[in-house]
Every structure is written in structure tokens, then in C-alpha cells.
Design a protein around this ligand. Sequence first.
Ligand code: KG4
Ligand code: ZN
Length: 337
Amino acid sequence: MNILSFESSCDETAVAIVRDGREVVASTVISQIDIHKVYGGVVPEIASRYHIEKISQLTEECIRQSGLSEDEIDAVAVTAAPGLIGALLVGLNFAKGYAYARNLPLIPVHHIRAHVAANYLAYPELKPPFLAMIVSGGHSHIVLVKNYTEYQILGRTKDDAAGEAFDKGARVLGLPYPGGVHMDKLAKEGNPKAIQFPKVRFKEDPYDFSFSGVKTAIVNYVHNARQKGEEPNLADVAASYSEAVTGILAENFLRCAKDYDQKTLVIAGGVSANSMLREKLLAGKEQDQQLFMPPLSLCGDNGAMVGAQAYYEFKAGNTAGLDLNALSAYSIEKQLC
Ligand code: KG4
Ligand code: ZN
């Protein structure tokens, strides 16, 4: 089954064709990073407009790359939630139009479910149940994936997402947006033990996260140093900050896996590309635990992950009518239709 899939929830316009949930036939992405960089973050209205400009030509390009005829496309999938509402609506309406014109089933996909499903493309042997940690620009979740369409949230952030923490920290250090990847690089040159940044833990909710404190701490550290006329060692700050953020992510995830006796661990989302996080998880996991980490090309937003999840949504009977709407916030636990 070939699924034409669309992703436009934030600042990437992405279209892919995925076969049977596991094989990428074609995948095309246009990133808007250079456009939003000058503002230091994504400007929602600009994102929506740029999606509109690009989605049609990108779809043509994707189909051309796939070598398939349009008659060989069996269904249309689209990220319907969560995300920037205007941006989501562009992909959603385009997908609806395509599905209507060619009389194809329309499959709505939850963005966080899609991030998890990116791993299905890389690891044919990976099947639920497993424990997943999804860490992106907007989300930090520890989720029990009971089957392909059933999820239970065990941990979540109480304030900011891990990606936001990286981006804010990077901004303080003068690194370009989005800062996660630049912070990752700079951290490799510094001493992670140089500065003690706070790691917040909750007794009652041991798998939950909070990153607002560490964000404030990096701002204060850099400002205080400069007020004294000292220039902080930015590599040490990046390394110590990454140590605090990835430390709490890895600790909570591994603790949750132990408590729930989970042997298959999966990470996903933009922040799952972080090298320190990967090292910590590899070093900290038990011998009998298997850790799946997506290739870097599948960590960030892409269309293929939507097509992967869509296949399983379709098999579960989760198709929508043309009255489908986009939602800016929606739990991974709930069905979209
Ligand atoms: O999953 P994603 O592409 O978009 C959302 O759904 O939010 O995640 C983007 C986030 C950004 O905050 C970005 O800075 C972060 O992932 N990121 C990283 C790395 N690569 C991307 N954070 C830390 N280390 C990285 N190597
Ligand atoms: Zn994402």
C-alpha cells in the first residue's frame, strides 16, 4: 500500500510516499530555517504562507522521484495535530483536496505518533509494545506504546520542551536558530562538569520533566559573568547545560523503563539526534534492554514518518471524512477520528 503523506505542522514542508508503513519510496522536504532564523524562532504566519507556496511543487517533485504513477497511490495521510494551527491547515487542506480529487482514503496522523513511527522505517524488526521517549521542539514525553495505535503517557514536561530548552540556551550563547544542533557541537569541546546546572526532579511524578529552571540558570550564569567583566567559556557552558538537560532526560527514561520492566526502548523527535543524550542512554541501559535510535535524517520533522504511522492507523480503521479539522494541541493517547 503506497501512502502519499504530508507534514506541515511547523517549519518544514514535507511530502513522502511510504510503502506498507516501512519503506520510503520517496521523501522530499523544504526547510524554512533560513527564513525564520532572522527572527530567532518560527513566525507562524510566515510559516503558513511558505507552506502554501511550496506544497504543490513539492508534491509533484515527490511523485516524480517515486517513479510511481498517481494511480499507484492508495491513500493520503496528513499531520492533523498538534502544531501551529495555520501551518497544519495548509497540509490538511492540500491532503483533503488530493484525496477528494482522486477518491482516496484520508488518514489523519498525530505528529508525536509519527515521530515514534520514524523508527519503523529504520528498524524492520521493531514492533510494539515498547517504551518511547519523544523529545522535540514542542514536546517531551515518555510514552508506553502498547500497540501501533494505543499509547499511555507516563511522563511529560511540566513546562518547556527539551528542544525549547536547547534553543533558548543556544540563543543565550549567541548560537544560530535552531540552536540544538549547534549546542550539541559546541558541547563536545567543553567540560560537562565545569558548571552545576540544576536538574529538577519530582517525587510524586518521577518521570516528569521541567526545564524552565535550567533555562533561567543559563541566562543568569552568562549575564552574571559578563556583569563582572568576565567572558564565560562558552564550550564549558554548552557542555554543562547539555549535561543537565540530557542527564534528566536519560535518568527519567531509564528509571521508567526499569520500573515498568521494559526491555525495548525507543527515542524519537529532533532532540533524539543529540549526541550526549545518545551516549548517556547507551551507557546507562541494562544489558538486556535494546535501544532503538532513529538515524539523524529521521529525527526531525519529515513526511516519511507520517506515512509510516498512517499505514497502521489505516489498518486500525482510522480514516477521516472531509470534515476533518486540524488541532493545535491534542493528546497522543486520543484518536483523531
Ligand atoms: O522534532 P523536531 O524537528 O520538531 C518538532 O516537532 O518540534 O524538533 C526540533 C527541535 C529543535 O528544538 C532543535 O533545536 C532540536 O530539535 N534539535 C536538537 C538537535 N537537533 C535538533 N537538540 C539537541 N541536539 C541536537 N543535535
Ligand atoms: Zn516534530
